[in-house]
Write a protein that binds this ligand. Sequence first.
Ligand code: PAF
Length: 286
Amino acid sequence: MPPKHRELATVDSIGDLRTTVAAWRGAGQKIALVPTMGALHDGHLALVRAAQADCERVVATIFVNPLQFNAQADLDSYPATWERDVALLSEIGTDLLYAPRPAEMYPEGFATKVSVSKLTECLCGVARPGHFEGVATVVAKLLLQAAPDAAYFGEKDYQQLLVVRRMARDLDIPTRIEAVATVREPDGLALSSRNFKLSAEQRRRAPHLCRIMREVAAELAAGAAARPSLDQGTRALRHAGFDRIDYLEMRDGTALGVLQRAEPGARLFAAAWLGDTRLIDNISVV
Ligand code: PAF
């Protein structure tokens, strides 16, 4: 019988990452990258599976990127589940885990940031200033360090996906940026590492986010004007026990322009708080 977990090859330096990847490339293999911050769930495993379907070798990364957190408390409370993460990646057959230390990623004197304009000036970019600069910077570095053929990102973080795509295109980074559909719990809650932080009572309330979004999306798809439907949806979220609603907006799924009426490609985006946990979700409207 094969062992339950084979040993997962792990590197923590850019040099070792590049040596391994170069050997695979020399053997004519395609390389996929799955960037994560750990606290893995089935959504991450779906990224690995999609990567495995496209490429011979899959490199997963775990790096809790301090640059993309707005508050030290949020960074400090980010769930750390290293052993479980390694077991999950190993079980699913990941070829390599790259887990750099902060000093490898941001050595003394590090002074460069990657900033994507326009796409970051709405939704989470407003509520979390500097967040996408942190994301774009670390993802640019990961893509340059690993030089993968393709990199995989969840649609759950749809704005992040668009920002990463634009960044890679604008900087001529020759990696395909692939999107993978959001994975949900049976009650509709989108999987997120932040769900680990919900109390039992908050976890019961959390699926109302997706439920209310689906109701609003159905109204919008039927031709309702955006403003009244979104206002009604916001009230419904408050009523369902969300403490604060950062946004509930319909935008186009390419440039994130505001839409007054649904059109092909329209998406509904929401961010709402349960206690000190911020949940985000997005769904297609038509
Ligand atoms: O989505 C995430 O987990 C992070 O934002 C990412 C893409 C790994 C960059 O740190």
